[in-house]
Design a protein around this ligand. Sequence first.
Ligand SMILES: [Zn+2]
Length: 178
Amino acid sequence: MDVLNLYTHAGGFLEGHFLLASGRHSPNFLQSTTVMQFPEHAEALGAALAAKFGGLKPDFVLGPAMGGVILAHTVARALGCRALFAEKFGNRMLIRDAFKIGAGEQFLAVEDVITTGGSLRKAIRAAEDEGATCMDVGCIIDRLGSPLAPRSLLSLEFPTYTPEACPLCKAGVPLEEV
Ligand SMILES: [Zn+2]
């Protein structure tokens, strides 16, 4: 699957001058929400990622809200298991009691784009606190450098700059927040 082509055609691969959550500037941004609004794309990406897990049979797939909710659902659909999500609560991620995680259950953790994987690690910890075990981690696009070393459909590293060193700032290109 040509993920970058899919993102480009669905309008989820942005080019310009963006202020990232980290405070750094980049000429590119990947907006999965734009792509995942199309159920056929979400389903295809979920099935392709599910196939990367080499026949693992998890009890559930877990994703952090919001970016991991739809992906966890479509990966779980492809693997024939439950789909759970974790929600941000203060500095932690929590899983609703309604999901009823059983002690000894095994799960896969997924997120659309992983940079450092901070939210995903918090989501994994929340499920492990309930007695479940994380079998593996995956994402659509791996921005590289995450200690999680996820299975991914695409590894991609964009240039990023501090504001002081940003050539787009020097060229006077308007900065967009994303
Ligand atoms: Zn800049």
